[in-house]
Design a protein around this ligand. Structure first.
Ligand code: SAM
Length: 376
């Protein structure tokens, strides 16, 4: 935990994968975010006070006490005091955001409409509102309203003209049975082992969010190595997930006990293996590699023969990057099509070179070049 009292600037984050760092700044998020380097943050996730306006104790019909949010940090004198606070922290977050960064704010009917309007007034550009549907919501004990079974997350870009924000569309689709990911997410409340408890067995924090929710947020709108901040750190759910997913993290928290619990929680998290986090790349997004590059890089010599998988056909590699099959000359794709008597062919997945270990697809050689490009 870093107690920031002296007003020293937070240094610009290094954003490569290995240097991912995670820290919690103890203090008021408006003052402390103002010390971050302007335009240094890739993603903001904010779970602010909801201003629940609970009057007195909430009781069940049998008069037993309901463990609801009734903490001082959630209380504001008026809607306008809440709005002033919301404007202040949103401005501080926006200043720290890169032009391509995005922000998520979670809330309930108590506050989310005010937050959304203020975001628009400040120039944020709303991209989606995500409905987090709770599989296990708390019942409405008085039976005078519908069960409150969801919360809303606003996802927004820094401004209307923001370009290049991260949205891992293809990866989300692949993870969703190849169907576009939807804006309603069905995720349980944070319970059981995941819920932080004190020595007295009581919840450490009244509003700990589920890691599954934060994982979806971070996986959809950030990349490994990105800097993620959370102005309202609480138990550090965002930080724990950021660390697991190879993102850097700075959380801000006013309450010392919460900050301490969060620090221990995040310290115990092991990042996932780098391979399992590498950004998803579709064939369309992968950098283009021409067949001639394999020759230029000495991976295939002119005069070498390329073979089909059964080694029935052989084509000669020419110095200019074309190949010759019988008396016909053309690209790896054209000659692959000729070899099969078909209209089209992906030559990368048809032709092989001979190695000591047997035939090797030329697509594997292309993958080696691409891997080298990614590391450069
Ligand atoms: C809704 S909770 C966040 C819970 C968190 N998402 C989690 O999963 O544990 C809001 C947190 O913000 C903190 N907080 C409220 N006002 C703050 C401020 N001005 N600066 C920093 N932290 C603040 C509260 O102490 C509380 O822990």
């Amino acid at each position: 935990m870093v107690e920031s009292r002296r007003g020293a600037s937070a240094r610009a984050p290094r954003t490569n994968f290995e240097s991912a760092s995670h820290r919690i700044v103890l203090g008021d998020c408006v003052a402390e975010m103002s010390k971050l380097q302007a335009g240094s943050v890739d993603l903001v996730f904010a779970d602010p006070p909801y201003n629940l306006q609970l009057k007195g104790d909430l009781k069940r019909p049998d008069e037993s006490h309901v463990d609801a949010v009734n903490d001082d940090w959630d209380k504001f004198d008026s809607f306008s005091a809440y709005d002033d606070f919301t404007r202040a922290w949103l401005l501080a977050a926006r200043r720290a955001m890169k032009p391509s960064a995005t922000i998520w704010v979670i809330g309930s009917y108590h506050n989310i409409f005010r937050v959304g309007a203020i975001m628009q007034d400040l120039g944020f550009w709303l991209l989606n509102d995500i409905v987090w549907r709770k599989t296990n919501p708390m019942p409405n004990f008085r039976g005078r309203r519908f069960t409150n079974a969801h919360e809303t997350m606003i996802w927004a870009a820094r401004d209307e003209k923001a370009k290049g924000y991260t949205f891992n569309y293809e990866a989300l689709k692949a993870a969703n049975e190849d169907v576009q990911a939807r804006s309603d997410w069905l995720i349980p409340l944070c319970t059981g082992e995941e819920r932080l408890k004190g020595a007295d067995g009581k919840k450490v924090h009244p509003t700990q969010k589920p890691e599954g929710l934060l994982a979806r947020v971070l996986l959809s709108s950030s990349k490994p190595g990105d800097l993620v901040i959370d102005p309202f750190n609480g138990t550090g759910t965002t930080g724990a997930v950021a660390k697991r997913l190879g993102r850097s993290y700075i959380g801000f928290e006013r309450d010392k006990a919460y900050a301490k619990a969060a620090e221990m929680r995040i310290a115990a998290v092991e990042p996932l293996p780098e391979d399992s986090l590498a950004p998803f790349m579709t064939a369309r997004e992968a950098p283009r590699v021409a067949f001639s590059e394999l020759i230029e890089r000495g991976m295939i010599m002119p005069g070498t023969k390329l073979f089909d998988a059964k080694k029935k056909l052989g084509a000669l590699v020419r110095a200019d990057g074309a190949i010759m099959l019988g008396d016909k000359v053309g690209s790896i794709h054209r000659m692959g099509a000729v070899a099969q008597g078909s209209a089209a062919c992906n030559g990368w997945t048809f032709w092989h070179v001979e190695t000591k270990k047997g035939l090797k697809l030329i697509d594997e050689l292309r993958a080696e070049i691409r891997a080298g490009m990614a590391a450069e």
